[in-house]
Design a protein around this ligand. Structure first.
Ligand SMILES: NC(=O)c1ccc[n+]([C@@H]2O[C@H](COP(=O)([O-])OP(=O)(O)OC[C@H]3O[C@@H](n4cnc5c(N)ncnc54)[C@H](O)[C@@H]3O)[C@@H](O)[C@H]2O)c1
Length: 270
């Protein structure tokens, strides 16, 4: 497969200290880009950047609109902006607190909006650039027990596709990434109550997707200016099935919720 090149392009990655963001930083550096790896965890961002030629690191909280503006200004607006930082809460919606709802909206939705409002006007003025928003397969499917996450990721899919239709005439690309379960630390975060977030991400499949393979797919999609990356194949099939037969998909989603509840009850009976 021909490898894509981004020689001399500046790429700013949010949430680059771990998982998909770190893999994107590695793939971008290997493709010749000048990487700015940012993360709420500044030390993690520094560790990732330290291994990459010419890369820089910075602590950046995407919920802080001014800080995101400054990060974008510091690099005179990146050629490629990866709005990747994200969090998850998996569990019964009855167990979610108002603070958790606000937190996930702040990071997963406002965080992306902050990146777009900092970089997009500058990209339009320059007549070039590409914004890559990392959503999820959960942005395309009705995954119960992940309601807050599903809501935020559906918002990012809608935002990305709408923005893409505006941006094209200005020479700016927009790509939204919708992976199923990927092998990263997020799988073991965000469990609420007795439900285990990892089980919800995996949706019955045994093995999460390889993170470096995903990063390669994303970079090829950006080079080809594709609107969406929906992966792996089983995820694309579920998405297509849901569009063709939404009621059947909803019944399958309801069965999945029942299975997860039964599993949680077996694991830790009340
Ligand atoms: N791993 C999966 O199965 C999967 C599947 C679909 C989509 N995604 C999405 O991919 C993105 C990356 O997730 P990941 O799997 O690499 O998770 P991860 O937990 O490994 O990495 C997420 C990174 O985001 C950072 N972060 C959290 N809050 C932040 C904030 N306020 N500001 C800046 N950085 C912040 C964390 O410090 C962490 O380094 C997320 O948007 C996630 O929703 C992941």
């Amino acid at each position: 497969m021909t490898e894509v090149r981004f020689d001399g392009k500046t790429a700013l990655v949010t949430g680059g200290g771990s998982g998909i963001g770190a893999a994107l930083c590695r793939a971008l550096a290997a493709a010749g880009a000048v990487v700015v790896c940012t993360d709420l965890d500044g030390d993690a961002a520094s560790r990732v950047a330290a291994d990459l030629p010419g890369a820089r690191a910075a602590r950046l909280d995407v919920t802080d609109a001014d800080a995101v503006q400054r990060a974008v200004e510091e690099v005179e607006c990146p050629d490629l902006l990866f709005n990747n930082a994200g969090i998850v809460f998996g569990g019964e919606t009855t167990d979610l607190t108002p603070d958790q709802w606000n937190q996930i909206i702040d990071v997963n939705v406002r965080g992306v909006v902050h990146g777009i409002s900092a970089a997009y006007p500058r990209m339009v003025a320059r007549g070039s650039g590409h914004i890559i928003n990392v959503a999820s397969l959960a942005g395309l499917l009705p995954s119960g027990l992940l309601t807050s996450y599903v809501m935020t990721k559906h918002a990012i899919v809608g935002l990305s596709l709408a923005l893409r239709s505006e941006a094209a005439a200005h020479g700016v690309g927009v790509t939204v990434v919708c992976p199923g379960a990927v092998d990263t630390p997020i799988l073991d975060k965000g469990s609420v109550g007795r439900i285990v977030a990892r089980d919800l991400f995996l949706q019955g499949s045994q093995k999460p997707y390889d993170v470096d393979r995903l990063a390669g797919e994303v970079l090829r999609a950006v080079a080809a200016d594709r609107a969406m990356v929906v992966t792996p194949r089983s995820g694309r099939m579920a998405w297509r099935f849901g569009r063709a037969a939404p009621l059947m998909l909803n019944r399958a989603a309801t069965r999945f919720v029942a299975q997860q509840r039964a599993r949680a009850a077996r694991r830790s009976p009340r």
